[in-house]
Design a protein around this ligand. Sequence first.
Ligand code: AP5
Ligand code: MG
Length: 217
Amino acid sequence: MRLVILGPPGAGKGTQADFIIDKYKVPHISTGDIFRENIKNGTDLGKKAKSYMDKGLLVPDQVVIDIVKDRLTWDDTKKGFLLDGFPRTVAQAVALDAFLDSQNKKLDSVININVDTGILVERAVGRRVCKSCGATYHVKNKAPKEEGKCDKCGGPLFQRDDDTEDTVKTRIQVYFDQTSPLIDYYKAQNLLLDVDGKGDMKETFKRIEKSLDAKDA
Ligand code: AP5
Ligand code: MG
């Protein structure tokens, strides 16, 4: 299954991606995670990406496109993939289509998580991430058993540099300006599955499962 998960910052893409890959057994490819890993390792790519991410701006298309094209040649993508945070501009979507076309492949579905803008800031600013295993928490909505400590591995929790209120607001604006046109792009290809992302995380996943199953039927 070849999937894209779309939605504004803090909508719950990463949270839902965990459920999706567990059930559908495809690799989770998050461009944001790839950049954060490079920042952690001090690579040139990481330094370049950080200068955009810290301002809440998009990393230039060609940089991202080259990374994803390379990642999609790995063996584990033979059974499919879940792209999270890519594509994020129409240029990226066109490049992805062209690449898949060259491999005689195509996307199966694009899951679009809908959440009211008002709660995005609260979700993103309250997010905490484990430094060791990357598990995601929220100070109120998904609090760890022990404050500041990962339930899964005991690692320390931290706040992403781009999860300050001002940067989150810029990221949301960038989403509306540059990413939201993808909704019509994928609607026109009959790939879009609109999913309500309000309320309980597991309920949202049930709605995703239902839409994917309905599409398959
Ligand atoms: P990226 O890492 O992709 O961030 P994003 O799109 O801004 O999305 P987030 O990861 O913030 O949110 P999410 O939807 O995954 O929410 P989550 O599940 O964590 O990108 C970061 C940056 O990298 C970009 O700004 C850009 O600079 C660069 N970049 C990346 N890809 C790029 C590309 N293709 N082109 C150019 N630049 C690129 O949930 C958020 C919080 O809410 C968590 O705490 C969670 O526990 C909580 N939560 C989730 N679901 C629920 C729920 N149902 N109820 C209550 N709380 C919930
Ligand atoms: Mg994410």
